[in-house]
Structure formats: structure tokens, C-alpha cells
Write a protein that binds this ligand. Structure first.
Ligand code: NAP
Length: 257
């Protein structure tokens, strides 16, 4: 069957070449969207993602823009506009997924001013200005999904500054949802829990893996596809009545005492 749920839609996925972003790119493309796979450094991963989408019968292109540096948002949209023109697609965007992010695994005492500025520049400043510049391109009925973290709802001293970056982004979601509601555009946050990607190198240790898995009600780590499925739901018409929400996609991490 030809996928039609997101047919005629164009999506931008930041950090769409690896990890959770790759799963989101693959899933949105499988639903029929033309996907702009943004990446910062890993050209090969982005190319592989585009090739995988094309091999599965979908449409995608890669665009590079380093986030966390002056002019980053402008570079993202320049690359997006050029990519659309190169594949002969009409200008504009329907789905924006702010997924790219970096962690900062340091307790408060060890965080330098440079560390702090960097993690905020990539995780908070970049999505803010990406969304600002998305506004004139977003078609009515569009979708915005910001990727946060389940760590925001618990105390987690080891990554306090990182969690602050996500908390700030979370506050933008309902504000933008109210602003864009009259145009039928929804804005939501998806918060993953412990998910099996390269962002957490300690997952290579089997003991740490099982300890983190045990925080979930399902006693396992999340997979990128677990998160991508939630994003794909929010990106489609079935989620038209959900906006301004913080969706916990942690597999029930820390539900009880
Ligand atoms: P990941 O595997 O490390 O992927 C990070 C992605 O962000 C990559 O695609 C990377 O692209 C991009 N990126 C990072 N820094 C960038 C920069 N300066 N400029 C441009 N792109 C940049 O991590 P992940 O687990 O998939 O994380 C995806 C999102 O989920 C992040 O926002 C993260 O905070 C959030 N999250 C993850 C977990 C988890 O346990 N995995 C939990 C909660 C929330 P390049 O390699 O091409 O630069």
C-alpha cells in the first residue's frame, strides 16, 4: 500500500541523521513525507539515512548546518530552501521536529561558563531561532514537535544544566501553541527517557544499561523507534486536537516511589 498519512507534507528533522532523529526521519518518510534530514557533523550518517529512505521508496535530502553558532538557524533554512528547490518541491514546510541536542554530563560544581553557553546554544537557542524562521514557511495545519527529556520532571544533579536547556524549551511549546492555534498548527513536546543512542556512552556498560532500564515500568531502555512513533502520531491528522502538551515518552520512568 502506498503510504499516504503524511503525503504532500514536507518535514524538517534537526539531527535527523543519527539516533532518535534518524528514526524520526525514517518514520515520517515511511508515512509519505518529504524529509529534510538536517545534520551537523556526521555527513555519512545523514547520507545513509537519505539512502535508506530512498531504498524504502520515500523522499529525502540532507542538509548540513552546525547548531550552536551564530547564524545557525539561517543556515538551516537556507539549506532547507536549497534542498527543496533541488528536488523540485514547492517552498514551505509542514512539520518541524527540533530533535538535535547535546548532553552535558557534569554536576553543577564542574560546569564551566563555556560548557553552559554551549549546551544552551545547541539545545535552546538554536531551536528557538529555527522556529522563529520557520514561521513564514509553515503552512496552515502544520506541526511542531520539540524533543525534550524526561529528566525535566525529576531531580537529576548529574545533568542539571542539560536539563535546564530542555526546561526552557518546554516553556516555549504552550506559548507557540497559543500563537499558532488559529492557523491549525499544533506545537507539542515529546520527552524521551533513557533511550539507546550514542548520546549516552555509558550504555556500553551492561551494568549501567540494566540499572537505567530498571527505571522504566517496562524494565528496558527505549529505542529510537519508540520515540519516532510518538512523533509520527503528533505529526499526523489524528493528533489535530492535541497542542501545547508535554508528552512523556519515557516508558514510565520513575512513575512510583
Ligand atoms: P545522539 O544519538 O547523540 O544524536 C544527536 C543528534 O543531534 C545527531 O543527529 C547530531 O548530528 C545532532 N547534533 C548534535 N549537536 C549538533 C550541533 N552542534 N549541530 C548540529 N547537529 C547537532 O542523541 P539522541 O539520543 O538521538 O538525542 C536526540 C534528542 O533526544 C536530543 O535532543 C536529546 O537531548 C534528546 N534525548 C535523548 C535521550 C536519550 O537517552 N538518548 C533522552 C532524553 C532526551 P551530527 O552528529 O550530524 O552533528
Amino acid at each position: 500500500m502506498t503510504p499516504t498519512r503524511l503525503a504532500e507534507r514536507t518535514a524538517l528533522v534537526t539531527g535527523g541523521g543519527r539516533g532518535i532523529g534518524r528514526a524520526i526521519s525514517l518514520r515520517l518518510a515511511a508515512e509519505g513525507a518529504l524529509v529534510a534530514v538536517h545534520y551537523g557533523h556526521d555527513h555519512q550518517a545523514a547520507q545513509d539515512t537519505v539512502k535508506q529512505i530512498e531504498a524504502d521508496g520515500g523522499r529525502a535530502f540532507a542538509l548540513r548546518a552546525e547548531l550552536g553558532v551564530p547564524g545557525d538557524a539561517e543556515a538551516v533554512w537556507d539549506g532547507f530552501d536549497q534542498g527543496l528547490a533541488a528536488v523540485g518541491a514547492p517552498a514551505g514546510v509542514d512539520i518541524v521536529v527540533n530533535n538535535a541536542g547535546v548532553t552535558l554530563p557534569k554536576p553543577l560544581a564542574d560546569v564551566t561558563e563555556e560548557d553552559y553557553d554551549r549546551v544552551f546554544a545547541v539545545n535552546t537557542r538554536a531551536p528557538f531561532f529555527i522556529l522563529q524562521r520557520a514561521l513564514p514557511r509553515l503552512r496552515d495545519g502544520g506541526r511542531i514537535v520539540n524533543i525534550s527529556s524526561g529528566a525535566v520532571r525529576i531531580g537529576y544533579p548529574a545533568i542539571a544544566a542539560y536539563t535546564m536547556t530542555k526546561g526552557a524549551l518546554d516553556v516555549l511549546t504552550p506559548a507557540l501553541a497559543l500563537q499558532l492555534g488559529p492557523r491549525g498548527i499544533t506545537v507539542n513536546t515529546v520527552a524521551p527517557g533513557f533511550t539507546d543512542t550514542a548520546i549516552n556512552p555509558t550504555l556500553a556498560d551492561p551494568q549501567i544499561r540494566s540499572a537505567l532500564a530498571a527505571h522504566s515500568a517496562f524494565n528496558r531502555l527505549g529505542t529510537p523507534a519508540d520515540i519516532a512513533d510518538v512523533v509520527a502520531f503528533l505529526a499526523g491528522d489524528d493528533a489535530r486536537w492535541i497542542t501545547g502538551q508535554w508528552i512523556d515518552a519515557t516508558g514510565g520512568v520513575h512513575l512510583g516511589l
